[in-house]
Design a protein around this ligand. Sequence first.
Ligand code: HEC
Ligand code: HEC
Length: 315
Amino acid sequence: MSCGSSGSQQKKAIDSSGTKVVTDFIIPDTTLIPNDKYGELVRYGRELMLNTARYIGPDGSAGKYLGNKMNCTNCHQDAGTKAFSFNLMTSHDNYPQYRGREGKVLTLAERVNNCVTRPHNGKPLPLDSKEMVAFLSYFRWISSFVPKDKPFKGAKNLHVTFPAIAANPEKGQHLYQENCARCHGVQGEGQWNEDKSTYIYPPLWGNSAYQPGSSMHRVIKQAEWLKNNMPYDKVKPGVAFLTDQEAMDIAAFVNNDEIHPRPNPKSFDYPHIEEKAIDYDHGPFKDSFSVAQHKYGPYQPIIDFYKNNGLKAVY
Ligand code: HEC
Ligand code: HEC
């Protein structure tokens, strides 16, 4: 289920008359990975995306880096190539990039290590390790399928329209039991594979899940992803199953730290508070909205505050 699909469905960004056309879903054809030294690393990078825990997990064969047994593809589905699933096909082109969370320009390798340390609760890969070079080689290779002159469908997750009221964790609990528990468990514990080397269904909270401070822990970010990726067996690319309100309520329940423990590394994010994502649930804030409103909404008043003060609302 976490295996990336191959197949040649790439559409040209410019048709024969030179006119720009809407780009359809792009699925890199893995049979096109070159048979040379670079191709070897591209293949290894893809393998690392799909079977991360096997190689660099707590019992990893290539080194013990991750603190949990999740795989990159659990969130960046189909090894980072699935549309609307935190797609990574433009990442190679988009770094180095300024990041508000760190308040500095990061390379793509440093950004990979962000996900290794959070949500994977691990320690950073050495920048010159074979594994890091493989990740970067793979990202370069998948980026070669992306049209350079226009955004493609699914490069970003679907958006949610913000409800006028706050997201409601109690409603989310009912929706969770109805739509999610059959795979992720009543206690969000997920389900191990046979030898417990990784998960069939990854955990959503608890000490083996992602940490606070991971983007998945933000209600808006998670809701946008849920909308087109969960329930796993009920969505199709671009076709949501949950309504926006349901996705927000479920994300509020999953990310409710009062009832759901998580590993909690001490970290100091967003050195410039005006660059904080509006749904980041840790003060201090540039505004006087409460922690609860930042976490659960309603978000529009916060967005308006930023706009009225000539600042950019990040979410
Ligand atoms: C629990 C979910 C989760 C897991 C597991 C995960 N990531 Fe991420 N990753 C995210 C989220 C969320 C973002 C932020 C995406 C956004 O803001 O649009 C992100 C961002 C990234 C980015 C930056 C993308 C860009 O173009 O800016 C890279 C690169 C990345 N992840 C690589 C990895 C790698 C490699 C692994 C495995 C070692 C991994 N991630 C595991 C959730 C996850
Ligand atoms: C039919 C089984 C199934 C159902 C139902 C389901 N999921 Fe998932 N979920 C998965 C699988 C499988 C993955 C990993 C995807 C992959 O590796 O390609 C996943 C991954 C996730 C992740 C990212 C990884 C992590 O553990 O943090 C989140 C968050 C998530 N699901 C939330 C939900 C929520 C919320 C619901 C209910 C709305 C739901 N899922 C319903 C099977 C399911």
